[in-house]
Write a protein that binds this ligand. Structure first.
Ligand code: FAD
Ligand code: MLT
Ligand code: ZN
Length: 481
């Protein structure tokens, strides 16, 4: 079939979406209207697009896909555009269409008795959390970007965050999905069954697929009892090994009430207190490492604070913990969390950074940090390690920032050798080079290098089966042919 001219494509899209559902680079719009959709959060990529589609209905998404499939037009789904691997950014050709799901943002149903919620892909994560809270329930996914990222993006990156230890990743919170397929058909399985062993679990394919297999339009999700008791501590430690020990003890002593356990290095406190207004060091003297740990319970009367304090007192005696601040109220708790959650922003404000979102078995974290930091100290004088994150999940953001006085460009030019050394170390530990941020465009080569050949073959077969014309987020996760 002869390919359409850009004007014909725009005409076709306008017939599906209406003029108000389409942003283009031409009057009455301008390139500036498109700009927010063309660059990723980390500013690693800047693409071009023929148009940005803003569908309001599922039918519009289906019709748009059928049209783009027929005419072989690449489609790039986009949610809150907060992801880290360039997955939501169009390529440089100017021929792709960005599909923003932000107008598909209704909570369709919430059933407190069923502990479930059905929400559309464009719902902002914080709005889903709020809807659950208003119904005396909890939706536990929690990320630093929760005020901006959207459900569709969370599902498509299989997001992690700070509650994985207790509630699992996004994949574990899904009961059903509604997905518009490349050819325009709809896979509709928004049931809320907890048990359903009827053939292959098709929804699983779309979770973490980063928009390469279909456009998710809605999901049914698990809810949990609302949390009513909290105990939060910011504890100073001599070394990461103490963190792993402390976590094991706390899980045991609390009957697995630990919902977050985040490792923070001294430099994380230095960066946030320097760059983020209102962040203060909760302790009066500096220590090498910290954990932010939180116990939670749906029972308001659960004595979590006593439990946490008793565990910390025991650990202090044994020098496993060097000092600790326990939150006395919601303000303290929010202050501890602000320090933790603004580390990425403080890193950004401090200069160039190289990010590695790795995971290893939890018990291997101390050895990994020891070997990794030794390599960096010996080989990257222009960088300094900022290793923090979800130690309870074995997931570290093993990042480097440019050292004071270092040349930004020279530091960033070390990206490839540094990445190779760190990812090879991860492989030695039986870990993953992408624990929670995905593949996008950034890690396509890494996936080819580290995935088993059989696994890659299967991924390519699935891609061919669901998107035979290769229109869905081309070049993301898997290289386009
Ligand atoms: P986008 O960036 O818009 O898209 C992500 C991918 O999903 C792209 O490939 C896109 O094409 C695809 N996509 C989007 N919507 C759909 C859809 N409806 N159907 C199909 N495909 C779709 N991530 C974590 O996992 N854990 C963290 O702790 C964490 N903390 C963060 C803290 C900060 C400050 C920031 C800025 C980011 C953080 N992130 C974290 C990364 C990011 O927020 C998550 O990956 C989030 O899930 C992305 O959601 P989004 O709506 O912004 O997705
Ligand atoms: C976090 O846990 O803060 C993020 O996943 C890492 C980051 O934003 O770099
Ligand atoms: Zn993280």
């Amino acid at each position: 079939m002869p390919s359409l001219t850009p004007a014909q494509v725009l005409g076709g899209l306008e017939r599906i979406l209406g003029a108000e559902g389409l942003l283009t680079g031409i009057a009455p719009h301008s390139q500036t209207d498109l700009e927010p959709y063309l660059t990723d959060h980390r500013r690693l990529y800047h693409g071009h697009a023929l148009a940005v589609a803003l569908p309001r209905t599922v039918t519009q998404v289906m019709d748009l896909l059928a049209f783009c499939d027929r005419h072989r037009i690449g489609v790039v789904p986009q949610g809150g555009n907060t992801s880290y691997c360039g997955g939501a950014t169009p390529d440089e050709s100017g021929r792709q269409v960005v599909v923003s799901l932000s107008r598909l943002s209704r909570v369709r149903r919430l059933d407190p008795l069923d502990y479930s919620i059905v929400a559309e892909a464009g719902c902002v994560l914080a709005d889903i959390q709020r809807a659950a809270d208003d119904a005396q329930r909890l939706f536990p996914l929690s990320l630093g970007s929760e005020g901006t990222c959207q459900l569709g993006g969370n599902l498509s990156t299989n997001a992690g965050g700070v509650h994985v230890l207790r509630y699992g990743m996004m994949r574990d919170l899904v009961l059903g999905l509604e997905v518009a397929l490349a050819d325009g058909r709809l896979l509709s399985s928004l049931g809320t069954l907890r048990k359903d062993n009827t053939g292959y679990d098709m929804k699983s394919l779309f979770l973490g697929a980063e928009g390469t297999l279909g456009i998710i339009t809605a999901a049914s999700l698990k809810l949990f009892p609302k949390l009513r008791a909290f105990a939060t501590a910011f504890a100073a430690l001599p070394a990461p090994r103490a963190a792993v020990d402390l976590l094991a003890r706390l899980r045991d002593a609390s009957g697995d009430r630990v919902s977050s356990f985040e490792l923070i290095p001294r430099i994380g406190v230095d960066l946030t207190t320097r760059h983020i207004p209102g962040v203060r060091d909760p302790l009066d003297t500096p220590y090498p490492w910290y954990v932010l740990c939180e116990l939670t319970s749906p029972r308001a009367a659960d004595p979590l604070e006593e439990l946490l304090e008793a565990s910390l007192a025991g650990a202090l005696e044994e020098k496993l913990v060097l000092n600790a601040a326990v939150a006395r109220d919601q303000r303290d708790r929010a202050a501890f969390w602000k320090l933790r959650e603004t580390i990425p922003e403080a890193q950004r404000l401090d200069g160039g950074s190289l990010k590695h979102d790795i995971s290893v078995p939890v018990a291997s974290i101390p050895d990994f940090i020891e070997r990794g930091s030794r390599w960096i100290a010996d080989n990257v004088p222009e960088g300094r390690l900022v290793a923090y994150g979800h130690v309870g999940d074995g997931n570290l953001h093993f990042n480097l920032n440019q050292a004071p006085g270092a040349d930004r460009a020279a530091f960033l030019a070390r990206e490839e050798p540094v990445k190779r050394a760190i990812h090879e170390l991860v492989k030695d530990f039986g870990g993953s080079f992408s624990a929670e941020h995905g593949i996008g465009r950034l890690n396509v080569g890494e996936l080819e290098r580290y995935a088993a050949p059989v696994e890659l073959d299967l991924m390519r077969a699935v891609k061919r089966a669901l998107d035979p014309n290769g229109i869905l987020n081309p070049g993301k996760v898997l290289r386009s042919n």
